[in-house]
Write a protein of this length. Structure first.
Lengths: 289, 289, 289, 289, 289, 289
């Protein structure tokens, strides 16, 4: 169960309206790595958690914080929209191309659909979808998803910080960026803890002798030229400490040339010359009736 | 540019048809962490790469390999569909509930739409979407995305391995699982290399003094009870070695109570008693014409 | 079955082309509450109607009218696009930022994809989806959906009316707005009629003694502060006249602390220290083959 | 800002696992009228609210409650999945068609993707999308959306109640159904309050003389036969008390026969015999370079 | 404008209910090549038509017919759902695995969401989307789209015919299949007519000297082995009669090795060792404030 | 299996950056008829091919070429983005409306999400979806899909050619346009070959006596006025040479007036006055527990 506190977690006050920037800021509200994604991701990971209680609690704590971040961004966007020159004729009367540019650069749904309110969409107006949410039941896998989400999310917040000079917006972003610093640290810590308790390859519980082990540590070079041999991934001990990396400069195909069976007549794929006619078959269906 | 080799990278031959399993196997072909996702993700990361050439080459090598995995899975699924009892009346004539069950468990589009061919969809028939593809231009962020994708992907392949006893299917999966072992190792190695060249917090280039540093290392407990204090993320040195973790048992709101301005009249939000009538305004529009 | 009449239901002629406005007008053609939505919603409600014939007929009458509204909007948009400065070089030669702004503000698919034709998309280019369509089989529920659709739709049409000064566009919108006035009235009338024949809570046929009646009339205050106590919903007789509203200032949790079972080994969730190894289990699968 | 309470708002404990029912129950978690929809809808309406404070508070109170309903459903679904016979060979060994039927009837992503956890999807596995969320800035419009959502939602919960005999599941549903009774009452009360303060036609602030008033109260019969004349919507005073309903048995077209201009040459639509060749035009582009 | 006729265009009466088949039949109602697609496609092509009037009229005639097909399919599906054993306990009481299989094979939304009504979705429950609709403004291109749609549509209807023995369903399908025969013929005729008036390559109005003509008639073999040389496309006169086909057994790359510029500092892509620090740049932003 | 060649198939070098054009060019990368669509379509048709080997090989050859086209477009777009004025303040400082216009006209995700890289989306930012991919198993049907895709694709490339004067972009487009010329020719040739081996109506294997032959060659005029009678489709021999076209000026309805059964009580549709109360029924459920 949840309770709402009326104050925001941190201030969300722009210095002046900026409806074009409001459109951009939607990315970290309703985009693939926006706050709705991490909110839903951590809450669902917590609710589905079948592991130790401390993980469930940690996930629900951070998921609950992310609801507050959604709230901050929605509040900020609504205020950035305050000055929307929604009346086209204002621009026309003024013959002011800059105003017209603003109109062109806005998300039109901010006027027509939400009436100067935030939407749960990204910066191109694409709606948030739960396919962004990752919750597999395997915590090591999911903490890697979370570390990625916090990395992509902080990167996007920084790019948005660079795209404005509004001190109020930057102040709010500096808070979100700092929390992303913590959250990257947090999931790195959780990953380290889990990797020490189990093997680092997810899932650690699958018996490795059941996999095709001769290709488990081979980098395969599928191009001419071998620049890809220069990385850490091509030589030395593997990261799971089970073997050494191997570089295969010219990987060979190990499988068959595919040769599919003809489809049965009732599928009506392309007839092949010489095939038995499916006509009799279809006719018999009718006679059954 | 690309060339096609007619042999598969590894064998993809089921021992017998199994159209219900074909539906499930679609998950690692066209699902969020299926082979189409990693194929597109690594190719786009490579094509967009503005970093060192070895990263571009590595990404395009592995992306090219993933096209071959898509090919293997498509071939396998087409063969698993060979025995589809597509004619409903066969089941009815037989009064055989097991056959009926198979019909109920199949993806109907495997008969009606693709004519016993694989589709670029997941196990519930949802189409693959490029919103699954992650390519940010920041390699450390993206390699974390890749490590996650290989973790989720191997987990799903293992669950599918557990869901069949067909030796041919298991043989193919044992190959894909082994490659996922390599690919998890590979991206762990690439991450380690990058983290040694830059700070581990993405993006490492944003000056940390610009973020709200008092909350950069604090775990905030947004629930009653403190199970979440027991993890590595709540105490000790932070993973980026810049500070120590702090546990805040009762985080306080630091922001304002939001109070939005009334919308301008031409937005036609809810009128508030005492507000100036917007009627005059609308009427004047007409007089302008 | 349907017949087409070549005249439009009402005039749809802009005074001059305006490709930026064409993009906006798409919202009430292909958006969530655009004419395609109500067309499909009323037609499907009519075709699925298992109630009295007068409801089916009414729904199909209005659904048929909405096809004509789709036609009017498509025709209007095609004409608004007539003057699209599709050739980028015209703007460049002119060094005319206003023209460039127009180019930036257009929907590029109006040139590239539809060749100056209307699309079945909304104002941000998102395609119409049938998930917008509501048809539940329960007419009281669905008439509430319809009243909502006509309310949102008229609101959006009014906002678009405010966003243009073109007399031809305003003339067409004044017709659509008037029809929305009628359609709001119409569904209010139909709702009143149904509410008088049955109880107003949907579905009226579920025996109320089967619901948890102690919470059926309680407003629960999930925040500090009690502004929410000031509304009609917090005191007085309930709208269904079965009880009085009750305001619960501090709602208590009534449920358990969730505690999920560990997943079976073949799911390969996070291993918990001390758990039986799943290795033997997986190995036995192989021995089965 | 939000806080999490570890107890559920109400019990969510099934008597026994039922993975096929888990798939169905997803509808009221992640479907169009599931708890995620109302949670997001009320929170966004509250955060975007520019009206009186009591409406904002009421919306955030109920939105916060809906997060708790999402939590209850996720917890219930995870437990219903406990007994999933995820290993196909169990069914095969048993030659038990009922077990096979269960496998066919499950959502395969409950095993492969979420590892026996709830997903933010509906009963056919379609992901939740924010296009379900309605928040227009006009409270009367939005309260009608909310009344509809609570009507559709209660109807679906009742149908799910009828589809199980599990006492634990029914107990939880009896709570949700009761809350939907309250929430229908609540939004009916809020609507009544707003309709008394303003005119009932949304938006009430648009001057009615600007709409095409001769069609504002006419029911138009777009079919042969006049069953649709029998309803309250066809005769008597209109619901907004501004006029009387009128029934038009044979509505006439009032608009033009559309006749679109030919597209400019650079659009490359179908050439019409006799049209000036666009070739010269394209060639001149090249000469510009 | 449109009028509704209460009779269906052709009978749509099943002999007995079959809710599993109802799920499958959704494919040709709401799938990619279902009747909604062709209805919307022909109507939008007609409304957007800037060519000769006879094409507009033909498109609107057939689009209007397709609304009637949507109506027939919706009516059929509602009747197929009549016998849905929606009450799970019936199956449980009976211990009848066939009934359980039916439940597993149904689309659960046919009970929970639409209350035994048709939905505008396909056979896996995926909603119809307007991205299926093709209308480019170029009639030759679009008539090819239409010929394809009628080919895919008839193929799917035939597969569904083969999947049932119900005489009523087959009777309706025999009508739709016959109309698809006509519609394939119709668009083949329209294509022939247009190809005789213009060149067959779409768009015919682009000056061919502006394309890279040395590759305009070459089949490029991107694999080892030359089975692809055996087709009509590899030798002989080209279909547009402008040249002869050429078979290139070993196509060479004609382009550059890509080498992208480093991103500017404010994008925060991966830093490259030796790069100027972006720190000063970000700091200066702050000083601007 | 596949191999990567580091050179592009053809040059992809813009003369200067143009981030607004980069947004438009996305249409033929990730749009409905972009290169990703044809890549996936031909590869899946090839992998699923159950026909003669020459068709499989041809499809995989062209599918492999299309991967190279995706690569060229991604490379081009990344370079067009080079000059993105991502820092908003540059525009503000300059008070330069043209720069502001560029910012408004860009796809904001090109900065925030992909860091100046191409995305697998279309020109309005909508993600590529596999529902664009057509692969039915019937080659004649699919070659018609392919001819359509190459027609729509070439049309869009030509419109984009007209929308730029950049010689480097035009050079690349001239190559893609030429390849589309070949690919239209190629599929026209393949269609001719298949139509000579089988009847032209897809699927040719369905016995025509099973379809409702009296409507197989009739054009039905669903409007007043007979402009549609002027086309080739209304008179003369049908294209499949089986009959003559017939023009039906006033098509009559041939079907029933639909009349659906009342839904069973547990569906809770609208109650009809006089219906048996469903209350007893629901109560008995409870007694079962």
């Amino acid at each position: 169960m949840f309770k709402h506190i009326k104050e925001l977690q941190y201030n969300a006050k722009p210095t002046k309206p900026d409806p074009v920037y409001a459109k951009k800021l939607q990315e970290i509200l309703g985009g693939q790595f926006g706050e709705i994604t991490v909110m839903m991701q951590y809450l669902f990971q917590g609710w589905n958690c079948r592991g130790e209680q401390k993980y469930r609690d940690m996930l629900l704590d951070i998921g609950t914080e992310e609801i507050a971040h959604v709230e901050m961004l929605a509040t900020m966007i609504a205020q950035l929209l305050d000055g929307a020159p929604a009346k086209e004729q204002d621009a026309i009367v003024d013959q002011n191309p800059a105003v017209e540019a603003v109109l062109g650069g806005m998300n039109p749904q901010h006027v027509i659909v939400s009436g100067l309110g935030a939407k749960a969409s990204d910066s191109v107006g694409y709606p948030w979808t739960s396919r962004y949410t990752i919750a597999s039941g395997n915590l090591l896998a999911d903490f890697r998803a979370n570390l990625n989400a916090e990395s992509q999310g902080r990167l996007q917040a920084v790019r948005l910080y660079e795209s404005t000079t509004d001190p109020g917006v930057r102040d709010m972003l500096s808070f979100l960026i700092a929390r992303d610093t913590m959250h990257q640290n947090q999931f790195m810590a959780a990953i380290e803890e889990l990797e020490q308790n189990q093997k680092p390859i997810v899932p650690s519980t699958f018996p490795q002798e059941l996999e095709k082990q001769e290709v488990s540590y081979s980098f395969m070079n599928f191009s001419e030229g071998e620049e890809s041999a220069q990385g850490r991934w091509a030589t030395g001990q593997s990261m799971d400490k089970q073997a050494n990396f191997e570089y295969i400069a010219n990987p060979e195909a190990m499988g068959q040339v595919p040769n599919l069976n003809q489809a049965p007549a009732y599928i009506h794929d392309t007839p092949i010359p010489g095939q038995t006619s499916p006509k009799a078959d279809s006719a018999s269906h009718t006679q059954n009736n």
